[in-house]
Design a protein around this ligand. Structure first.
Ligand code: SDX
Length: 444
């Protein structure tokens, strides 16, 4: 769909509308259409219940716009993803993650001075309050790091209560910087805790992704130099995962934030939602699936299972609610996968060979073609992370590190939206109608 002519006010009513007719009474209702700058228009149903005494019904929100946003645009049919109007392929090739964070938060790419100040300010928030490191001691060493992330991020409001007044723009931005800055530290600490190594503090002389890999792999015993190719690959992966419109975890953050909850609690809710294997947990599930398949000759068995309605198995890393074409991020991830394996001298990585063969077979299979099921962002990421020495249980943690900027950008946009109110969906009730109470002695 071509971009519509640029307008200042994307919420202006263009006079377009739909008419809804009650076929019993013949009464007609006018539903105005609101036109955005690009993508599908929306039918404004805000008055529907008041006028018709009926709710809309859309489990999973397949046809429902929950908000107005200027942050990210996706065209699922064309496989287009843009952050603030810039195409993801251009951003992945030419920008770095700090530049993307500035873009998502402020709406424009930073100039040199803006970038320098932003990087400085974020860098000087990477250190965690020392007592937080004691918090980790309460977890078992074999705790899943996503469980630790949910706990530690949710607890941040106990340590940074001075930036939780959501109606104060300065508080909101400090909390946003703190979350973006501290997520790599929290993630690396969760990894170090799981392997019984001491925490490695963030360094102010290292760039964001380099700092993260240093905290993951350095030890106090010797200097550790991060491989610049791996740091660049990690930075690009963070860019690809930074935001994605109103996905499940972002919608969770918005809904939690709509009640006025503090930003740390909202992001913890987003982390919990991302953990699901249908969402951000898919990268971990893809690797587990590839290891279960084991060899190319077993691929047909798993393709058959994925198509079997009676089998809960899904081809992990395939399919998407919005993309009915190739996920543009998956292509960049595949290219990055080859780049990392080449840099590490990994030849003929069996899991990559298996993944590429699985993709080839699936994309020729009528079931996947008919249902427009293509590889998504999670299909190749696990292979890259595994090659970098990152344990499978940390894969979704990295997704959460990247998505934090998207969550806080969308959270800020929601708070600043003058039409924003607490999210409170209704339902189609199909349970018991009124029943007479039965005392215990009379129950059979
Ligand atoms: C992410 O929303 C986002 O933007 C998410 C994300 C982001 O950046 O935030 O892009 C990140 O979560 C990517 C998706 C990662 N998840 C997976 O890879 C898990 C496997 N994928 C499926 O679970 C599924 O494709 C979903 C959850 C991603 C999408 O599910 P939908 O949109 O609810 O689609 P659906 O389940 O209704 O599927 C439509 C049909 C169904 O068949 P029918 O009932 O119509 O006969 O396609 C089938 C499904 O059975 N199908 C699959 C399949 N995905 C969908 N069949 C086999 N394998 C699959 N992977």
């Amino acid at each position: 769909m071509a971009d519509k002519k640029a307008k200042d006010d994307t919420t202006q009513n263009m006079g377009k509308s739909f008419t809804l007719t009650d076929n019993q009474s013949g009464k007609q209702y006018n539903l105005p259409v609101i036109e955005g700058s690009t993508g599908p228009d929306v039918i404004d149903v805000r008055r529907l219940y008041a006028d018709t005494d009926h709710f809309t019904y859309d489990p999973g929100f397949t046809s429902t716009g929950s908000c107005e946003s200027k942050v990210t645009f996706i065209d699922g049919d064309k496989g287009i993803l843009r952050y603030r109007g810039f195409d993801i392929n251009d951003l992945a090739e030419h920008s770095d993650f700090m530049g993307i964070c500035y873009l998502l938060l402020y709406g424009e790419l930073p100039n040199k001075d803006q970038k320098k100040k932003f990087v400085h300010d974020v860098t000087y928030h990477t250190l965690l309050q020392e007592q937080i490191s004691v918090f980790y001691q309460g977890f078992r060493r074999d705790s899943h790091p996503m469980a630790i992330m949910c706990g530690v991020v949710g607890a941040l409001s106990a340590f940074y209560h001075d930036s939780t007044d959501i109606n104060n723009p300065r508080h909101r931005m400090i909390a946003s910087y703190r979350l973006i800055a501290k997520m790599p530290t929290i993630a690396a600490y969760a990894y170090k805790y799981s392997i019984g190594q001491p925490f490695v503090y963030p360094r102010n002389d290292l760039k964001y992704s380099e700092n993260f890999l240093h905290m993951m792999y350095a030890t106090p015993c010797e200097d550790y130099k991060v491989n610049p190719v791996l740091a660049r690959a990690m930075d690009r992966i963070l860019i690809l995962h930074a935001d994605h419109e109103q996905n499940a975890s972002t919608s969770t953050v918005r809904l939690a934030g709509s009640s006025g909850a503090n930003p740390f609690a909202c992001i913890a809710a987003g982390i919990a939602s991302l953990w699901g294997p249908a969402h951000g947990g898919a990268n971990e599930a893809v690797l587990n699936m590839l290891e279960e398949i084991g060899s190319k000759d077993r691929i047909p068995e798993f393709i058959k299972r994925a198509k079997d309605k009676d089998d809960p198995f899904r081809l992990m890393g395939f399919g998407h609610r919005v993309y009915k074409n190739y996920d543009p991020r998956a292509k960049v991830m595949e290219h990055t996968c080859h780049e990392v394996l080449d840099e590490l001298g990994v030849k003929d990585e069996p899991l990559l060979e298996l993944a590429m063969e699985l993709e080839r077979i699936a994309l020729e299979d009528e079931y996947f073609v008919a249902k427009k099921l293509y590889p998504n962002v999670d299909f190749y990421s696990g292979i890259i992370f595994r090659a970098m020495g990152i344990p499978t249980s940390m894969f979704t943690v990295l997704f959460a590190v990247a998505r934090t900027v998207g969550w806080v950008a969308q959270w800020n946009e929601m708070i600043e939206d003058p039409s924003q109110k607490i999210g409170r969906p209704r339902q189609l009730y199909t349970g018991h109608t009124k029943r007479k109470y039965v005392p215990l002695h009379a129950r059979v």
